[in-house]
Structure formats: C-alpha cells, structure tokens
Design a protein around this ligand. Structure first.
Ligand code: IVH
Length: 704
C-alpha cells in the first residue's frame, strides 16, 4: 500500500490494509511514549498518523477496527491535556425543583438586594443544556485557549479539538480585546443515534447518552477524531472580559450571538416569577421535540450590575438558579440490600436493583438512607410509602432527579414474592464485626470500631485524597484501595512516604498492575506537589465529623495557623473555659461541630495519625487573595440601618474579603459598622474600644 496515497483515492481493500497498519503502528508509538517514555517520532508525525487513521475511518465507517486507535484515548486521557487555569472560575448552579422553590429563589434575591416583593426585577429564562461546559478565550478576537470546566478552577486545554466545531469561530469581530465566551458543548439526538450506530457497526463501544458522547468526543487526543464527531455549541455566559459586553444578561447574550456563536432561541426576558414559570412550562412542553437534551430551565437576574452585587456563595452564583424538570420514575426489582460502611462509621443500606433505564440513564443502585427508611418510617417516625417496608424480591419504583442519587420511592405489595421476609438491619459492622449502635434520636447506626474498622479507615483515606481535600492527581479512590489492600498505605502519612519506601528506581511501583514508569513518576510528582497544602484543605481532609469544606475554611481563617489551632483544640478539650468559648463564638461553629472537633483531636489514635502527618507537610494559610484584604481575619459587626446595601449583602462582601461577621460585639470585635439607629451594640463597642465606622467609612476601607 502507498502510505501517502490520498484518502479519497483509496480502494476499500487498500483502506482496510492501511487501517491495520496504522493501528499497529500507532499502538507501538503509544507504548513507546506512554510506557517506555521513549518516543520514536515527534508529536507532529504522530498526530499525522492519527489524523490519517481518522480520515480513513470517516470515509469507510464499516472498516473501523475493533482495536482502532480512535477508540482508545492514549494511555491516560486526562493527563494528556495541558491544565488550564480559569481566571474567572467556572461555577455551577444551585437547583430548584418546584414553583414554590422558584418563588423562594426570587424572594432570596430580593431580600439580598433589599427590593420589595412588588419592585420591578427582570430575569432571563433559557433551557439548561445537558452537555459539558467549555470556556473559549479570545484575545484580540482570536481563539487562543479552549478549556473544559474541570473542577471549576482548572480545566483541560482542548483548543484544537474545539476548533473543529463548526459552531465555534476561530476569529470574532468587534469583540473586547479579551473575552472568554462560555457555553455548552452537546450532541443532538439524531447525531448521537447515528454515531452510536456507526460505533456499534464497527464493533466499537457505544455511548450511554448524548452527554457522554459529547464529553468523550471533545476530550480526544486527536482533533481529527473530534472533527469526525458531530458536536455543537450554545453560548450562554462569559468569564473574563476586558470591557463589559452590555448592561443586561439578555443583551450580553445577544452580543455573543452577534459575534457568531449560536445562542438558544428560547432565551426570554421575564418580569415576574409567574412569567418565569410560564416560560418554564413552555420549554418543558417543547422538550420532547427539541432534538437535544435539556434538563431544566436556568433563571438569571437580568441586570448585570445587580448580578455583580449578588455575587457568589461557595460555588454558585446568587443571581442564577436551575429549575430542574420533574424527576423520572421506573419500576424494577430489588435484588439485594447491601450495607456500606462510611468514613464516619455510618452503616448505609444500598439497594441493588435489576438495571433499569430512568430518564435515559441506567440505574442499578439506589440509596436506602437508613433502617427506618427500609422499614417505611421517615425521619420523625412518620410513615413513608404509606408505611410499606422494603423486602428483597420486591417490585419497587425508583426515582431519579438530575444528578441526585436515585431513590426507592414506592413498592408494589401485590407483586411481593411469597415468603419474602422483612429485612433485618445488622447490629454489627459487616466490615469489622464491631457492634453497630444507634444513638438516641439518630436515624443512623454506626460502627463503633473507629480506625480499627478497615472500612472506616479506607473511606477516611479516600476522603483525604478527594477533590476538595488533597486532590492528588493519579491517586483516586481506586488507587487508594489497591495500595491499602497491599498494606502500602494505611494512614495519610504513608502516602507521603510512598516514594521513599517503594519508589526506588520506580521498580516496585512500576511492577504493579496498572502502573508504568511514566505514571509512577507522575504520581510521585503529584504527591510531592501536595506537600504544600492549605490549612483548610488539610483540616477538611482529616474528615472530622460535621466539618465540611466551608466550616474548614471558617476555622482556618479564625485560627490562622496550624500550631495555634491545635493548641486551641487542646485547650478547648475540657469543653469549657476561654478556648472553648472562643471556638463557639466563631460564626458558623455550633456546639455539635465544636464537640466533634475537640473530640477528634483529643482521641489518641487520631492524634497519632495527625502528628505523624504534619512533619510531611508545609501548611499554607488560606487563600492568598483573602490575606491581602484590609479586613481579612478581622471580626466585623454590622448594626443600625445600612443605606447602600442590605445586611445580607454587607455580610457576604465582608466574608468574601476574608472577614468574619459576627452578630454581637465583644472585646474580640475589630470593627463595628454602625448605621443610623445603632443602639446597644454601639455602646458596647465604645466600652471595648472597638473601631467604629459608618457605612461610608466601611466602603472606603474595603475599596467601594
Ligand atoms: S449559566 C455562573 N446557563 O449547567 C453560571 N449554565 O450546573 C454559569 N448549563 O456548568 C452557568 N445550560 O455547564 C448556564 N443556559 C445555561 C446552561 C448552563 C447548561 C450548565 C453549565 C454549568 C451547569 C451548572
């Protein structure tokens, strides 16, 4: 066969031979590159091979081989793309599931802005596209970087792939010098069906739904493969922009349309909650005939100045929410009830279901919450499912709303098999055999084995490496499980000793199933990188009960440095006295969390684990940005009437700048912001010599 022959001129026989040769050759280069770290050809030559392969496949779909290079995404797909940091984070949306919740969203927005219920306030409403989000960075009108969302802060660069989409222009005219256009990559139903048919015909793997197909197609090593996949794009938002696009959301999106991006024709301006809900129903009624998947309607405050005032709360903008479509249901058989032991020892029953498709997704597991739920009792002992219990063999109704874990919401007693016995919830831990106890007033039964329980210890480790904690690339739940099973990693500190213990010459790790020289090297590098870790991430990673991401951040800000924090926890251990009171005085820390914290750090085994870990790390204070603010770490109290903003807004802005907002004045208060009508708090502040500012003074301090 002539290697250089144009694809258009190949006969079927030549094409088959070419595909066979290319498959073997590309596989050889993959091995050379990924496993042996010794590439024989440069990237351009390699790309050319893959492109030629994809082009031949596109012309002769029936010849696509089972071992086709395009169905394989290199050796490690996610690491193949260069990381791209988003200057403006890519956020997710809060959800509402009913008209009432939509009205509450509007009420929340109004309260925050200090708007009366009848004051005019416009929103936009548009379909929520079920695809994957993409950020497109244009500099001087030219697409420089396309990046996936990733964790919201850092995504993967997919620029060349994005450029293969007809909906994504390489150049845009009359745009700001810098503009990040954001939107959704998706696949239409018809294109999805055709793609799957093509994949099935060639013996390849098919995709479960259009969203997976879109994601799999965009995240390809070879742009030629992406090019052969029918992807589309809707623009609906923007990130960094060197100048404002417009004064309203509606007009800004219209401008994105004018730049040449497809924008959704069903976006509408609505002047009331009633109008939002009417448009929601309209979109819902057209859902089946749209030709692409949507999973709700997004509501956004229209006025961009108001959006800026509303700002964000952790990962969600306050100015937008997604009104999700009603959940979908299906009937299936409950095959088994299994008990999982979580990192806090909670015994969680899981339903193993005969696989069933619910709203396009195959469901084979559902949560059963706790023993009362199985027995047909709710949180307050009230009957649920009319008090019907669940038994293995039952025909049940499963319910799935969006990405939420499916639930078993009903059972058909008329189809209960004869002899089906009531489920008996275990009274001992299935992992370690320790007694599992249920405390007064609690629905959850917990294993008492603590770290002696392998299930708890393992779950704790998985939590330690999870995204919001240490987030070590290449060390996920699966790898932790494998290292655990071999005794390589028993405690967090072991992770940081992996290299010194097992890394020599990479031999030991390299010889493990699933590891090669490159991945071993990468793992050690990723672990080393995380030796420098934020106080809040460390604290969250330890998995103290009731201490979530936000609380960990609050505590880190309140205590500032790790040794000081540990000393404070020790001092608070008697659960009385100054240190204890100080802990309780932190906004957002209640008695339950405080008790969990001091309990955790005074428990001997935990303490050993922590003391063993700390010398491996360099603990950084929280977010540098917050540090630079003139009010970071300060305790601020607002009192009296504020005229430029509502109390909620003032609090949110102060917290965003790293301040702690408290409801009462004490000697620990740093600043009292007093508006007209201030009374007892002002006196109290004067008594303690606390700095007092009026609203103007406060705004001047924080920079307007
Ligand atoms: S706005 C700051 N509008 O939904 C908020 N998002 O759960 C930016 N999505 O990650 C998002 N359709 O991938 C927005 N019309 C739409 C959307 C939409 C789909 C996705 C997007 C985002 C996720 C949020």
């Amino acid at each position: 066969m002539d290697e250089g022959k144009a694809v258009e001129q190949l006969t079927e026989e030549e094409a088959a031979a070419a595909l066979a040769a290319l498959a073997a050759e590309i596989a050889r280069h993959d091995r050379a590159y990924h496993l042996n770290d010794a590439p024989e050809i440069d990237d351009a030559a390699y790309d050319a091979l893959r492109r030629r392969n994809a082009a031949i496949e596109a012309r002769f779909p029936a010849l696509v081989r089972e071992d086709s290079p395009s169905s394989r995404v290199g050796a490690a797909p996610s690491e193949a793309f260069v990381k791209a940091r988003h200057d403006v984070p890519m956020l997710s949306l809060s959800n509402v599931f009913s008209a009432e919740e939509a009205a509450e969203f509007d009420a929340r927005v109004r309260r925050f802005l200090g708007l009366a219920p009848e004051a005019p306030l416009a929103y936009t409403a548009e379909p929520k596209i079920d695809g994957l989000s993409l950020s497109l960075r244009y500099e001087s009108g030219r697409l420089e970087v396309a990046a996936t969302r990733g964790d919201g802060e850092t995504g993967e660069t997919v620029t060349r792939n994005a450029l293969t989409l007809a909906d994504i222009p390489e150049r845009i005219e009359n745009a700001p010098a810098l503009l990040e256009v954001r939107g959704e990559v998706y696949m239409s139903h018809a294109d999805f069906a055709a793609l799957n048919a093509r994949m099935a015909e060639s013996g390849g793997k098919t995709f479960a739904n259009p969203r997976n197909a879109a994601a799999g197609s965009l995240r390809q090593l070879d742009p030629a493969v992406t090019a052969s996949r029918p992807l589309r794009f809707f623009a609906y938002a923007w990130g960094a922009a060197s100048e404002p696009l417009a004064a309203t959301q509606f007009d800004a999106v219209k401008r994105l349309g004018a730049f040449g991006f497809p924008v959704n024709p069903m976006m509408k301006r609505c002047e009331s909650v009633e109008a939002l809900l009417a448009h929601y129903r309209e979109i819902d009624s057209r859902r089946a005939t749209l030709g692409y998947d949507i999973d709700g309607v997004v509501y956004k405050v229209d006025d961009l100045a108001l959006q800026a005032r509303l700002g964000f709360r952790s990962n969600n903008p306050r100015w937008a929410t997604a009104h999700k479509f009603a959940a979908e249901k299906a009937e299936t058989v409950l095959d088994a009830i299994e008990i999982q032991v979580g990192r806090t020892g909670a015994l969680s029953p899981v339903a193993r279901l005969r696989p069933v498709t619910v709203g396009g997704v195959v469901v084979s597991n559902a949560t059963l919450h706790n023993e009362d739920y199985i027995a047909g009792r709710g949180a307050k002992g009230e009957p649920i499912r009319d008090g019907k219990d669940l038994r293995v063999g039952d025909t049940v109704t499963v319910y799935r709303a969006g990405d939420v874990i499916p639930k078993v919401i009903d059972v058909d007693l008329s189809r209960r098999p004869e002899g089906a016995a009531p489920y008996v919830f275990p009274k001992t831990c299935p992992a370690c055999g320790s007694p599992a106890v249920r405390e007064e007033g609690e629905a959850v039964r917990r294993c008492t084995g603590a770290l002696a329980c392998p299930a708890q210890a393992l779950e704790k480790l998985k939590h330690f490496v999870s995204r919001a904690a240490f987030d070590i690339e290449g060390l996920g739940a699966k790898q932790v499980e494998a290292f655990w099973a071999d005794g390589w990693v028993k405690t967090p500190a072991d992770i940081f000793r992996l290299e010194s213990r097992y890394g020599e010459g990479l031999q030991q790790l390299k010889n493990r199933e699933g590891w090669g020289e490159t991945s071993a090297r990468n793992l050690f590098r990723a672990i080393a990188e995380k030796r420098r870790i934020g106080f809040d991430r460390l604290l969250f990673g330890l998995g103290v009960r009731h201490v979530g991401e936000t609380s960990a951040l609050t505590l880190a800000r309140a205590y500032g440095d790790w040794p000081g924090f540990i000393a404070a926890m020790d001092a608070a251990a008697p659960m009385e006295g100054e240190a204890w009171e100080h802990l309780l005085a932190i906004d957002g820390v209640g008695k339950v969390m405080a008790a969990a914290l001091v309990g955790f750090f005074s428990e001997e085994h935990n303490r050993k684990v922590v003391d063993d870990l700390i010398p491996e790390l360099e603990i950084l204070p929280v977010a540098a940005a917050a540090k630079e603010s003139p009010v970071s770490g300060k305790t601020v109290v607002f009192t009296g009437t504020l005229e430029k903003m509502t109390r909620a807004e003032a609090k949110a802005r102060a917290e965003a700048l790293g301040a702690k907002v408290s409801g009462s004045v004490s000697a620990k208060t740093d600043i009292l912001v007093a508006g007209p009508g201030a009374g007892s708090k002002l006196k109290e502040a004067q008594k303690h010599g606390v700095e007092v500012l009026d609203e103007e003074g406060w705004l001047a301090l924080i920079g307007g």
